[in-house]
Write a protein that binds this ligand. Sequence first.
Ligand code: CTP
Length: 399
Amino acid sequence: MGILLEKKFKKFIPELYKSVIDSAVDVAQQNNIKLYLIGGAVRDLILGNPFKDIDITVEADAINFANVLKSQLNCKIISVQENLRTAKIEFGNGVQIDFASTRQEKYIASGVLPVAFNFGCELEKDVKRRDFTINTLAFLLNGVDKYKLIDYCEGFADLKSGKIKILHSKSFIDDPSRIIRALKFMVRLDFKLDSNTQKLMKDYLSEPLKKIPLERVKNELFQYFEIPKKGLYKYIIDYKVYKLFGNNPITKFEEKDLSNFKNEELQFIYFAFLVLNSEYEEERFNLTSRERKILDEIKQLLANDIQVKDDFEIYKKYNQKQELAIKIYYLITKDETVIRYSNVLSAVKVLINGDDLIKLGLKPSKDFSLIFEAVLKEKLKGKIKSKEEEINFAKKWSR
Ligand code: CTP
């Protein structure tokens, strides 16, 4: 008889989606095309977790199917991905659903997106390309076997016993970002890592591949740090997942110092902790120019740890640096001069500019920067405040 997911499905799917799915199912049925729900949505539906979104998998070419839907229903195709044969459709009521073709995947090189082929293949082949058994569960949305659980990899038992199990022994080599995905599901679902999966993870981490791109790894890391739970970084350390990024993660910081950061800052802070002490190659992470800048500035600050003597030197040390770089430097070093800079000195600004000096009858020269510096020093000492005072000071200085 098998496990029937009809009730759970009806409870899981929001009302707006139901009519849309029903009409897509009718079209598929008329055209003899099988539609499946597979992966994350089936996992979450069985676990009773809230609905996020659904992708419908088509055992055929999904772009062709999207065109059939367009010709028969009130909907439009809003985007397609030719290389993966997927199509995003928006229905008349505003609901958007991704339609994906069943496919196989081949990893040509580690860490890079796999090459997809055999679009429209049997579901079983599609299932075998996936990461963990709990992500391989599926059921049909149409036909006589509608809603009957399809479980090629014993994913249901693993879902019930709370186990994260990889499908084959090369999986982490093909795609090391799955190591972070394993932690992500472990923490998010409160599951355990299967012992062989843990061993394969350990094997990979004992000697991570050196030259491979790590962009996917970084993306998964950022997603991992979105989980609203505590202790996320500790798992990265305890399971030695930091080895994907380098050998010397920063671990000496106080958790409580992190409580006021926004989520996207926190994601980057943890990433910085993992890479800063290592000889990593920036290109491997495909960093944005801002990310690059912040990391470079933290490194400069860490390298330049001479004792600063006065407010002017403190100002010079931090001025023009990205705020997040300064904050991360503080988390690592607890350097009190950061507090002095952020609370007091950073507000000090020289108000006069080159035009003001020209108006005083001065000719543009190297002296201008000396004047600005002298004004700044006076302002930091609190001796002058207003623009007028700055102009008077500049006048005297240049005589
Ligand atoms: N997948 C994979 N390897 C990856 C990323 C994804 O095998 N590196 C597979 C998984 O089987 C997953 C499916 O592609 O079920 C869709 O990926 P994604 O949307 O990231 O996963 P979900 O399981 O839907 O996770 P989430 O709940 O975080 O959206």
